[in-house]
Design a binder for this molecule. Structure first.
Ligand code: FES
Length: 106
């Protein structure tokens, strides 16, 4: 299973294994990662699963969809590395992915 490192805004980190095919959000919620709420269950309509993807990983992810772009405009403090973790599906090539949690979601 791919391993993903979640870094909180204070610099603490936690590594979680997430099944291939599961979303990053679902894996984080199952592992009770603080700061990932996933209120809409992955329907891309709440932005409570916002993460900042490490720059070296950002271009290795499939691009944002139109709906995701629109929802990110409603997230607090989005930037060029922002993604909604419910829209990222784990795959073997994402083993080692690193994301940072926005301070606003703690
Ligand atoms: Fe709601 Fe991702 S879980 S937008």
């Amino acid at each position: 299973m791919p391993r993903v490192t979640f870094i909180d805004h204070r610099g603490g980190s936690r590594e979680v294994e997430i099944e291939n095919g599961s979303s990053l959000m679902a894996g984080a919620v199952t592992a009770q990662v603080d700061g990932i709420l996933g209120d809409c269950g992955g329907a891309c309509s709440c932005a409570t699963c916002h993460v900042h993807v490490a720059p070296e990983w950002f271009d290795r992810l499939p691009p944002r969809g139109e709906h995701e772009e629109a929802m990110l405009e409603m997230a607090l403090d989005p930037d060029e590395t922002s993604r909604l973790s419910c829209q990222i599906l784990l795959a073997p090539e994402l083993d080692g992915l690193v994301v940072t949690l926005p301070e606003s979601q703690i």
